[in-house]
Ligand binder design. Structure first.
Ligand code: ADP
Length: 664
């Protein structure tokens, strides 16, 4: 019971003692002075008491065998409570003065008391008619002379207060926020049902405890110190806690804690109103991360644009600059060769950037597909070693390749082109970022997987950058004073490729000492096409057969010339055709043709139609298609037309020769 309730109940007790007294006095007065009473409460000091008592007192005479009651007297308090004067009621029927008396329930009480003589209490009820409205509590008794007395109170204010109190209690009980009251010493006195729902502690478990039972131990001590300082100073504290439920789960809540002061301004309690913000916090954190990511990605894109323009301009300058120099008539043979080599290098660098960009956009649009086939891992590694050996020598680095399986066992099914791209990239980076020491790459079999590694003794990568370098456009040094070339695409692409192939990529690195990049690929071992793959492997090392006739179909004279150069270098006999129509005619005329290299986009008759016609004439004549962008649709269209192999342009001569070898 709180203070106000206690006061209320004390008042009620005092009132009932008073009523008792009044009743006794009235009885005495009635017995002794029946005559006087006939004109009202006449005799002093009872008249004084009747007039001055704080309760309303009405005296009635029964009429018509108790079917009506007429006012005999009405005291001052009654006049005040019912807002009607004594003169207005005396001699009149109670029903006339108070038309709702029956509905109110008092009329029946008057009748019962008149009939039985037993005093009755008419509990707090609301009286309402056109004139007045209010809550009343009545005590009714019968005087020995037969008069009926009603002693009553206007309890409207108490009732309103009680209603307010009830509402407040309901608001707390039904609140979606957690509400906790503690005493001044922080002992819990009350918790609402939401508290139990959220924390798992029942009211019985919580009451008497300190709210510390909820502490997760993960909030700084200063936070609690600040909280206590604030609330003890009489102010409200607001803040957030990471708290712990009874079952150990953690949750975030936003709390508002304030002191409750009594009439003298002293703190008696504290009230905490808290909201579970775990979900909100999670959402917020996600939003912040997303925002940071977006900003970071924006920054990376700006860096990327700056880098990429530099990356493209540098080789373009090389190509244009040295090709202009080549026109110089007084150049020595050695100089020419040097310039040509530089142009070639720059071209390769340009191509690699363009390829990376195309691959990235294909991955983004979900168009990147795999082209798995029987692959000799050893051959791929040896090829990479051969490609990078010169570069390593020029830098004075020791460069070696470690083969993990025999040539026979190193055959597995994977996408050879992608594997070559991944290894080229890692080995290229290792050589780029190493100025002395060694670069070693290789693989070993590890259970069902092949584990590849590329180890260098280069600059290494700081720990905080190790996961970031796999993000697109990401380089360890992003500023303008970059020491190393690169667009920051290679590693992210390589990692994506590895994942597409069913493996994973990671690294170990110590700044200043070097890095080792690892990746795995599933090892399938000998496939069904065992015989074929062994044949392939052997062939990769064998010589290109002399004098084999190859038809090269391309509308672009430079491409034709280039292919002729590559194939003639292998002592092949090359027949050229400028469009599909010419190609079909050549096939009809030259039965010696063993392989056709077909460009797909050509005037007069395109490669698709030409291939279909050729396959009608010689179904077993292999056709190798070359397309500028060997995307899925184009590859499929070429295969549908009858092409046996689809190679992307620009043609990698080694890849081309290897494919031709499969058919001759
Ligand atoms: P880039 O084309 O810039 O080399 P990558 O995606 O290949 O892009 O590499 C991202 C960054 O990772 C590089 O800019 C470099 O800072 C770092 N990095 C990659 N490989 C190595 C390595 N072997 N040693 C040191 N740092 C490396």
């Amino acid at each position: 019971m709180n203070d106000e309730e206690k006061t209320l109940s004390r008042l009620c007790e005092e009132l009932s003692v008073l009523r008792q007294k009044v009743a006794e006095l009235e009885s005495a007065a009635a017995i002794g002075r029946k005559q006087n009473l006939k004109q009202g409460v006449g005799e002093e000091p009872f008249r004084q008491l009747f007039e001055n008592i704080g309760n309303g007192v009405a005296i009635y005479d029964a009429r018509d065998e108790g079917n009506d009651f007429v006012f005999r007297d009405f005291n001052k308090s009654a006049e005040k409570i019912d807002k009607i004067s004594r003169e207005e009621v005396v001699g009149k029927s109670v029903q006339e003065c108070f038309p709702s008396i029956k509905k109110f329930g008092l009329f029946a009480v008057l009748q019962r008391v008149w009939r039985t003589g037993v005093p009755q209490h008419h509990p707090v009820s609301m009286y309402e008619d056109k004139r007045i409205v209010g809550w009343r509590e009545n005590y009714v008794f019968k005087l020995p002379g037969g008069e009926i007395v009603a002693v009553y109170d206007d309890v409207t204010r108490e009732k309103q207060y009680e209603e307010k109190l009830k509402l407040a209690v309901r608001a707390i009980e039904q609140n979606s926020a957690t509400v906790v009251f503690t005493d001044r010493d922080a002992r819990i006195e009350y918790v609402n049902p939401k508290f139990t729902e959220l924390t798992g502690y029942s009211a019985r478990e919580a009451i008497g405890k300190n709210p510390k039972i909820l502490q997760s131990g993960q909030m700084p001590r200063e936070l609690y110190e600040e909280l206590w300082q604030t609330i003890l100073a009489g102010k409200e504290w607001q803040g957030e806690f990471l708290n712990k439920k009874k079952n150990g789960d953690l949750y975030w809540e936003r709390a508002s804690i304030s002191p409750i002061v009594n009439d003298h301004g002293a703190i008696t309690h504290f009230v905490a109103v808290k909201e579970d913000i775990t979900e909100k916090k999670k959402l917020w954190d996600e939003l912040v991360t997303a925002k940071e990511k977006a900003e970071e990605s924006d920054r990376l894109k700006s860096c990327f644009l700056a880098n990429i323009s530099h990356e493209i301009r540098t080789p373009m300058n090389g190509i244009l600059g040295f090709s202009a120099l080549l026109k110089e008539p007084r150049l020595s043979g050695e100089e020419k060769e040097q310039y040509i080599a530089l142009i070639h290098e720059s071209g390769k660098r340009m191509l690699s950037i363009i390829n990376n960009l195309i691959d990235i956009s294909r991955i983004e649009t979900g168009e990147m597909s795999l082209n798995p086939g029987t692959t000799s891992i050893n051959a791929v590694l040896e090829n990479i070693h051969a490609c990078f050996n010169k570069q390593a020598q020029q830098k004075g680095l020791s460069f070696s390749c470690e083969i993990g399986l025999s040539a026979r066992n190193s055959v597995t099914v994977t996408d050879k082109t992608k594997l070559s791209q991944i290894l080229s990239h890692l080995v290229g980076n290792a050589l780029k970022y190493t100025s002395e020491g060694e670069v070693v790459f290789g693989y070993k079999k590890n259970g069902e997987m092949l584990e590849f590694y590329v180890r260098d003794t280069g600059i290494g990568i700081p720990r905080d950058h190790q996961s970031k370098i796999f993000e697109r456009f990401r380089q360890v040094s992003l500023d303008a004073t970059r020491e190393y070339e690169g667009a920051g695409l290679g590693l992210s692409l390589s990692k994506k490729f590895v994942e597409m192939l069913g493996g994973s990529m990671w690294l170990h690195s110590t700044p200043g000492k070097g890095s080792t990049f690892y990746f795995t690929l599933p090892y399938t071992g000998f496939s069904n096409s065992k015989a074929q793959s062994e044949k392939d492997t052997e062939k990769e090392y064998s010589q290109f057969p002399e004098g084999v006739t190859i038809l090269v179909v391309d509308d672009d004279s430079i491409s034709r010339l280039l292919l002729k150069g590559v194939l003639s270098g292998q002592r092949a006999k090359v027949i050229l055709a400028e469009n599909g129509k010419e190609a079909v005619e050549k096939v009809e005329q030259e039965p010696d043709i063993r392989v056709v290299l077909m460009d797909m986009k050509m005037p007069v008759m395109n490669g698709y139609e030409a291939t279909s016609r050729i396959k009608e004439i010689r179904p077993n004549l292999p056709v190798i298609a070359q397309t500028a962008f060997a995307d899925l649709d184009e590859s499929k269209a070429a295969r549908d037309a009858g092409c046996d192999v689809v190679l992307p342009k620009p043609i990698n001569s080694e890849e081309l020769l290897a494919e031709i070898l499969r058919y001759v």
